[in-house]
Design a protein. Structure first.
Length: 395
């Protein structure tokens, strides 16, 4: 069996909304349908019935994104009912996992045209109530928030594995001696780069605002923040000696992203020039409490599989779950030029809508390579509970 080349024809995303912000009134299945429809509308030569499958990442899936949000997006977007959909979950890496699974299907000939993406509404994530151990309990029952992090944890899990995500970032800061000042400087740069990219119109070709919602730019970017302002924020997880704050961590967000993947036949039918070609991917695991360093090995493996090195990269989108974990990863990649990392801002400024983030990163790399005309790019994320995921693209 021959392996087919896989091309990214287009990539779109919503502006990323803040928790309780402009997109909080929009259901996640509607957000997903919006980017799917926008993607199809932008390629009018392609018959929607030719789409073999739709893959969507979704990290929580406990609310209105239940019952296979990918299939719901297909139906709500008005695609033919013959187009199937599957939802995948690798927590923060779900959107990128969807891209990788779709690419694998195209590469193996199981699909010629596929859509991959991700969605999350952290604003609308519900509380859930477990069923009681026995009927008619007399005592109070506990509701669990599904917005972020551990809940209903298995008691057999070692305590050191189940620390809060922010405490995991503090552990990475401890491991690499990363200071509060370094984290704040990294966060400031994220906001500055994102604001500059928006000011230059660099996101105009990929962001598709949601109709009826007054949001045309990522909602969490703070153009006027400063090191002085960031330094005033109190640590969020370690009250004594802590370095991780709300200012140097990614916020809670809502948003969706989608990419159109095709083989050679699908490319001809699309009538478009591809943004980029998928080269290789890799996944890795690490101790759960050190999840922030998850991308370290995944990136190395993806580069090795692609026959490329850090020196070959022209752009690198690394998800900024926390400044500490991003700086920790960069410390373990001394061969990487940090100037090519997140040139248009990262998740600290743009936002991190869990299941959508990986698809946003892949789409951003593809658009950057298309704008440059050539090069090799990489998208990578850390993943809660100790995993890393990476994808290499080229043009």
């Amino acid at each position: 069996m021959s392996i087919r080349d896989v091309y990214i024809v287009d990539a779109v995303r919503t502006p990323i909304g803040k928790f309780g912000g402009a997109l909080s009134s929009v259901r996640p299945d509607d957000l997903a349908a919006h980017v799917v429809k926008a993607l199809v509308d932008r390629t009018p030569d392609l018959d929607p019935a030719r789409i073999d499958d739709v893959y969507f990442g979704d990290a929580n899936g406990a609310g209105e994104d239940n019952r296979d949000v990918a299939r719901m997006a297909v139906l709500l977007a008005g695609l033919p009912t013959s187009v199937p959909g599957v939802t995948v979950n690798r927590l923060c890496g779900s959107g990128l996992e969807a891209v990788i699974q779709a690419a694998r299907a195209v590469a193996l000939g199981d699909a010629s045209v596929a859509i991959a993406g991700g969605v999350e509404s952290m604003s609308r994530a519900p509380w859930v109530l477990q069923k009681p151990e026995r009927a008619f309990p007399a005592g109070h029952q506990q509701l669990h928030s599904t917005t972020l992090g551990w809940r209903m944890t298995n008691p057999r899990m070692p305590a050191e594995w189940t620390v809060a995500l922010g405490e995991g970032a503090e552990l990475v800061a401890d491991k690499h001696g990363i200071t509060r000042e370094q984290q704040d400087a990294f966060a400031l740069a994220s906001h500055q780069k994102a604001a500059e990219a928006w000011g230059k119109g660099l996101y105009d070709g990929e962001v598709v605002p949601y109709e009826g919602v007054d949001l045309v730019r990522d909602e969490c970017i703070r153009d006027t923040t400063s090191l002085e302002a960031l330094a005033k924020l109190k640590p969020s997880f370690r009250r004594e000696g802590g370095t991780v704050t709300a200012g140097n961590a990614s916020p809670l967000n809502d948003g969706a992203a989608a990419l159109l993947l095709v083989d050679e036949e699908g490319l001809r039918e699309s009538g478009r020039e591809p943004l980029a070609r998928i080269r290789a991917s890799a996944v890795s695991g690490i101790e759960p409490q050190l999840f922030g360093l998850g991308p370290v090995e995944a990136v190395r493996r993806a580069l090795e599989k692609s026959g490329r090195s850090f020196a070959d990269l022209t752009t690198f989108e690394l998800n900024e779950a926390f400044a500490a974990q991003s700086l920790g990863c960069l410390a373990e990649w001394p061969e990487l030029d940090p100037k090519i990392v997140n040139p248009r801002g990262g998740a600290i400024a743009i936002g991190h809508p869990l299941g959508a983030s990986g698809a946003r990163l892949a789409g951003s790399v593809a658009h950057q390579l298309a704008a440059a005309g050539s090069g090799t790019g990489l998208a990578a994320l850390c993943i809660g509970v100790g995993q890393g995921l990476a994808l290499v693209l080229e043009r």
